[in-house]
Design a protein around this ligand. Structure first.
Ligand code: PMM
Length: 294
């Protein structure tokens, strides 16, 4: 196990969010599925995200769109490893988006410095052991999650105290406790409300409006709106009710990023890094003009 002393550079307070560029190396992710399934195309896109200013490039080999079929481990490793290794060799900071210990371990070996586990250790608790036992000083992202994609819509009810916000705070708190129990240093954990995962659009909005309550868990927050369907519904055609297409949701996504930045989010997981950084620049400048009111 590594010596983890001091603040991790990715988690050092700086007053504005880190931007995590999404790189789904999958045939079927809802927003960019199939576009970067080929290694060279994926590497080129990852380099572009980094050149655009991404603090991290998040490489994932499993689509989590509602109803998606899981790849087997070998398939996920095949998709992810060459891309993680290629980007890391170029000096790009890479996070691996996986729920599997085997994939997390291989990706860390290949140079990933962040493990982004959308299940927060629920799908495969071995991920927590990989992070806890790694030689590298890793950051662990634990997202709120209840079930795999093919069945998650059946888990989108929050009848306990505090509704969806109370439920997510309680369950993320449990994931944080599980991570630390496994030996992951608490100060290396980032939490994520998991927009769209076992959640309706209403749930997503309630969570976004309650980021301060999630912050009370004491850990930095990552927000992943990434053109998800709740934005498509928000912008639905008033005549037909048809959701706005994925490719035409970016302006709304930038608005979410702006408000999340203002609310103090640690990180924004997005497709358009440049547009997001423009929004972050506005928030920073606005605060500079009115530091006491920010
Ligand atoms: N969303 C997706 C995949 N991975 N990871 C984190 N930490 N947070 C998210 O919200 C998240 C994620 C699915 O969205 P995509 O198809 O845009 O990748």
């Amino acid at each position: 196990m590594s010596e983890r002393t001091g603040v991790h550079p990715l988690l050092a307070p700086r007053g504005w969010p880190r931007v995590m560029g999404v790189l789904n190396v999958t045939p079927d992710s809802f927003s960019d599925g199939g576009r970067w399934a080929d290694v060279d195309a994926a590497l080129a896109h990852g380099r572009r995200l980094a050149a655009d200013g991404a603090d991290l490039v998040d490489v994932g080999g499993e689509s989590t769109r509602p109803g998606a079929r899981r790849p087997d481990v070998a398939e996920e490793l095949d998709r992810v490893l060459p891309v993680v290794a290629g980007l890391a060799a170029d000096g790009v900071a890479v996070s691996v988006d996986t729920m599997r210990a085997e994939v997390a371990a291989a990706a860390v070996e290949a140079g990933a410095t962040v493990v982004n586990d959308v299940s927060g250790g629920l799908a495969d608790p071995g991920v927590l052991d990989v992070v806890a036992g790694a030689d590298a000083d890793l950051v662990y992202v634990a997202m709120h999650w209840r079930a795999h994609s093919h069945e998650m819509t059946g888990f989108a009810s929050y009848d306990g105290p505090g509704g969806v916000v109370g439920g997510v705070v309680a369950e993320l708190g449990d994931r944080l406790a599980a991570a630390t129990k496994a030996g992951v240093p608490e100060d290396r954990v980032v939490l994520d409300p998991g927009l769209g995962f076992a959640k309706t659009g209403e749930h997503n909005w309630d969570l976004l409006a309650a980021l301060d309550e999630l912050s009370a868990l004491g850990r930095p927050l990552l927000v992943g709106a990434s053109r998800k369907s709740f934005l498509g519904s928000l912008l639905a055609d008033p005549d037909t009710g048809a959701p706005r297409s994925v490719g035409e949701r970016e302006a709304a996504n930038v608005a979410v990023s702006t408000l999340a930045a203002q609310a103090g989010a640690w990180g924004l997981r997005v497709h358009d890094v440049r547009a997001t950084l423009d929004a972050v620049a506005v928030v920073r400048r606005w605060r500079q003009a009115a530091p006491d009111r920010a």
